[in-house]
Design a protein around this ligand. Structure first.
Ligand code: ADP
Ligand code: MG
Ligand code: MG
Length: 451
């Protein structure tokens, strides 16, 4: 039962799959053996986690920077527009978030040519797989304990993965800062959740290790059942909510009607701790990633010069589309770039000839729509042989990997209660695939073999 995730195909077998636990299950896709990864880059990625979390916190406090950086995107991207509207309403009422919880995952790829660890993106909302990634690390250690000798691999070189226990700890500590023993942690979930076991795993650890009760609600349910009292207390179906933990709400499809937006706004107004707050959510957009990579921008937020150098070292080339030279270059050599909209969850980026066509079309239309995207240098990791298991069938092929490092950040006013690297997620995909999400159907869950 360890590696389960209700997925799409099984819905044909049972209409309740994806809604009800235990119905229409299929294992999450995984790699049979851990992927080799150099220790120096692993250390570098781990070391960056608390620095990125601090950066997110600092940037989140600069409402003007967020609004200005996203102002042109706002005009052409309706989803970002709605998020920014909520953000500006919070600025108007001078809403302060004293207790701030970030559960981030910074994703990296190793670029073969430059031998650099480059950040792909920083997820500040709904960072997935803290639960299942630990299970895959354990699966690999276990397999190598039994059979490692036959393949010349040593189980001790698979680092232990603490993601689920540390995330549960961070959520429990936030709950404890809220200081109401009868309150709950609310998981905001999608209506039909393909990845519910990753979330249940976290809930279980919170209950078992910390005695914290969790409830699961969709945005529509929160709209129907949620209230904010005059002192800011959020209650949903009679439960006082200490922490709102978003595992939905990052994609336009999570907001099919006004009801879902009302729910988002209701929660944001409340005194509950939001993971993430609207500001943290916006800091995680691709546009902000690109703005932070501009010269002298990190310096506005971080004092420590060493930290700035460490951050900058992992930035790949990032450009806004008002850079004519880069747009021209991307039309000439589209294979060297990725064109990214302000979206999350995988499957949204544009690659190869489609980059050329899209840029060409938007440019010739003289379209403002260019501001909906950013351009990023394409990272090319070295491919190696992997065995990928999907729906019980093992596929052998050349594969590339993306390493995610979880970070948890909790502060209450001036006191930083937690700012740690919390474990990892390795995802591996066949090298011919552009995109990388596991839930989106491109990659499989993996772990790392340090060398
Ligand atoms: P999302 O928020 O949708 O996950 P990402 O920026 O992580 O967006 O992009 C999705 C996937 O596309 C990544 O997991 C990775 O496989 C691929 N990708 C993104 N950026 C790059 C890049 N610069 N070079 C190569 N592949 C990339
Ligand atoms: Mg993302
Ligand atoms: Mg991603």
């Amino acid at each position: 039962m360890a590696l389960l995730s209700g997925i799409e195909a099984t819905r044909y077998l049972n209409g309740r799959s994806g809604k009800v636990p235990g119905t229409g299950l299929v294992h999450a896709p995984f790699a049979l053996l851990p992927m080799s990864f150099p220790k120096v880059y692993w250390r570098q990625a781990c070391e960056l986690a608390p620095i990125f979390s601090e950066l997110v916190d600092r940037v989140s406090l600069d409402g003007t920077f967020l609004q200005e950086s996203l102002s042109r995107t706002k005009k052409v991207d309706a989803f970002t527009h709605r998020l920014l509207e909520i953000h500006s309403k919070m600025l108007e009422i001078n809403k302060k978030e004293d207790i701030r919880l970030g559960l981030h995952r910074s994703d990296y790829m190793l670029d073969a040519e430059t031998k650099s660890l480059f950040q792909v993106e920083l997820n500040t909302i709904s960072s997935s797989f803290p639960g299942l990634s630990c299970l895959v690390s354990e699966l690999h250690r276990n397999l190598l304990n039994h059979y490692g000798k036959h393949v010349g691999l040593d189980s001790r070189k698979v680092p232990g993965n603490t993601a689920v226990s540390r995330y549960a700890e961070a959520l429990a500590k936030a709950w404890s800062e809220y200081n109401n023993s009868s309150a709950v942690v609310m998981f905001v979930v999608q209506n039909e959740e393909r990845n519910m076991y990753d979330q249940y795993w976290l809930s279980e650890v919170m209950k078992e290790m910390h005695g914290v009760t969790t409830i699961r609600k969709t945005l529509a349910e929160i709209d129907a059942e949620g209230r904010v009292s005059s002192d800011g207390t959020l209650t949903v179906n009679g439960h006082t909510v200490a922490v709102v933990y978003f595992r939905a709400g990052y994609s336009p499809s999570d907001y099919p009607s006004e009801s879902e937006w009302r729910a988002r706004f209701l929660m944001e107004q409340s005194a509950a701790i939001k993971c993430p707050s609207i500001s943290y959510h916006l800091v995680g957009t691709k546009k902000i990633q690109q703005e932070l990579a501009k010269p002298n921008v990190l310096e506005r937020f971080i004092d420590n010069k060493d930290d700035i150098a460490k951050l900058r070292k992992c930035f790949a080339g990032l450009w806004s589309l008002d850079n004519e030279d880069v747009v021209k270059s991307a039309i000439e050599k589209p294979e060297l770039y990725v064109l990214k909209p302000q979206r999350e969850g995988g499957g949204n980026n544009i690659y190869g000839d489609d980059v050329r066509e899209t840029l060409f079309r938007l440019k010739s239309e003289g379209s403002e729509e260019l501001s909906a995207y950013i351009l990023m240098q394409r990272i090319f990791p070295t491919a190696s042989l992997a065995y990928l298991v999907r729906e019980g069938v093992c596929h052998r092929g050349d594969a590339i990997s993306e390493l995610g490092i979880y970070g948890a950040y909790l502060r209450n006013k001036d006191k930083v209660i937690m700012n740690d690297q919390c474990g990892y997620l390795m995802r591996t995909k066949v090298s011919s695939s552009n995109e990388g999400g596991v839930a989106a159907g491109f990659a499989v869950l993996d772990s790392i073999y340090l060398n």
